[in-house]
Design a protein around this ligand. Sequence first.
Ligand SMILES: Nc1nc2c([nH]c(=O)n2[C@H]2C[C@H](O)[C@@H](COP(=O)(O)OP(=O)(O)OP(=O)(O)O)O2)c(=O)[nH]1
Length: 137
Amino acid sequence: MLVVAAALIDPAGRCLMQQRPADKRHGGLWEFPGGKVEPDEAPVDALVRELAEELAIAVSPAALTPLSFAADAAAGARPLVMLLYVARAWSGEPRPLAAAALRWDLPAALAGLPMPPVDVPLLAVLRESLARGDALA
Ligand SMILES: Nc1nc2c([nH]c(=O)n2[C@H]2C[C@H](O)[C@@H](COP(=O)(O)OP(=O)(O)OP(=O)(O)O)O2)c(=O)[nH]1
């Protein structure tokens, strides 16, 4: 299963995380907004679509910078690969259309939140990248 997600970074360097609804797999955990890539869909197109559906924001494909990826092959679940992109520009104010809640925090403050396994190494990469001031992130 291929999943795409975005770290939306605001001008203060805070990142948006959303809380998964209680009735879903990983319910209650905090995740990057995004979702599954449909067959025949390009990953960035899937991410633009998911960000519109979940947060009611418009993001240009050119504003999505690939950062890293991670895999999760937990027993009993479909093996998952998640691609994480960074975005610093979008239009609209993110609204929790699909999530139980949204929160903005510096990546260091997000590290202690309960999140799906695949998100943990990706948040660490994001944190290091922002701390280094990488042009990419
Ligand atoms: N969007 C998103 N999904 C994540 C993250 N980490 C993680 O393990 N996932 C998993 C949860 C889901 O199984 C899948 C994304 O599916 P989805 O968001 O499109 O659909 P869904 O919640 O309805 O998923 P599902 O109930 O059908 O499994 O990836 C993350 O940071 N962001």
